[in-house]
Design a protein around this ligand. Structure first.
Ligand code: G1P
Length: 289
């Protein structure tokens, strides 16, 4: 079965980025000149997913405006002959069909995904967490979609982390099928390093069979008093197989200040228009420190 729909939870308060997130959504913080949420949206589009549901909350209107047509701006750019800028602005509004639903209470990631229930129906779907930006030759979600086509079961994107970092992630235990694929046997949300079953961490890319929705409905509050997606996955794997796939690519945690800086610096060094100038500047700067 093909994956045609993606859900992007974006209702979080962004407390790690206060005060910047006091009045603007964290998903709109720019990495150079593109808001964070555009990177994940582009990954979905590159993988051929054009129906995207963003789970928003109060104070997130800037996201809706961003993916809408900006009539006045387009008109002014047109009049001024700013063709390049006009093209960029127009493409954003036309890249995908973006839908919205509000998560009315901050009850956790699992609850956010459950808000997609009616929109999902009985189809398998992808979930992207906007804090995780992944650069890869083949978009990470596309790599996972290829496996889904063969297995028709839920797939979790995973990577290896340092043991001291297990308490920041959902951690899996699994039977190794090949170099990059596991059948998940256990999953725990943010275990302490000395209690963690492994160092294989779930990052923000998931493909789910619609059955996850039933599991979410029966998931009570877990870690931090929130409805955890990880807990629903734990019940799902008792009913059907769940796979974990070690994707090829580099992931940045832009929900973390240091991760945000790393993403900004590396993207600047990759970008044709900035690379040379920025590289020279960094070299010069580092001499002084
Ligand atoms: C969430 C999930 C966690 C996952 C992580 C990936 O945690 O709850 O299982 O490993 O995303 O980034 P958060 O980072 O939102 O606290």
């Amino acid at each position: 079965m093909k994956i045609n729909k993606a859900v992007i939870p974006a209702a979080g308060l962004g407390t790690r980025f206060l005060p910047a997130t006091k009045s603007s959504p964290k998903e709109m913080l720019p990495i150079i000149d593109k808001p964070a949420i555009q990177y994940v949206t582009e990954e979905a589009v590159q993988a051929g997913i054009f129906s995207i549901l963003i789970i928003t909350g109060r104070g997130k209107e800037a996201i809706e405006n961003y993916f809408d047509v900006s009539f006045e701006l387009e008109k002014i750019l047109e009049e001024r002959g700013k063709e390049e800028e006009l093209k960029i602005v127009k493409e954003i509004a036309r890249m995908a069909d973006v839908f919205y639903v509000r998560q009315k209470e901050a009850l956790g990631l699992g609850h956010a995904v459950l808000c997609a229930e009616n929109w999902i129906g009985k189809e398998p779907f992808a979930v992207f967490l906007g804090d995780d930006i992944i650069f890869a030759e083949t978009p990470c979600i596309k790599q996972m979609m290829d496996i889904f086509e063969e297995k028709n079961k839920s797939i979790l994107g995973v990577m290896d982390v340092e043991r001291e970092d297990t308490s920041k992630f959902g951690i899996i235990e699994g039977k190794k099928i090949d170099e990059s694929l596991y059948e998940v046997t256990e999953i725990v949300e943010k275990p302490e390093p000395d209690e963690s079953p492994s160092t294989t961490a779930v990052v923000g890319r998931y493909i789910f069979t619609p059955r996850i929705i039933d599991e979410l409905k029966n998931t009570g509050k877990g870690l931090g008093g929130e409805i955890q997606l990880t807990d629903a996955i734990k019940s799902l794997l008792k009913k059907e197989k769940v796979y974990a796939y070690r994707f090829k690519g580099k992931r940045y945690d832009i929900g973390d200040k240091f991760g945000f800086i790393k993403a900004t610096v590396e993207i600047a060094l990759k970008r044709e228009d900035l690379r040379k100038k920025f590289y020279e500047y960094l070299k010069e700067l580092l001499r002084k420190y």
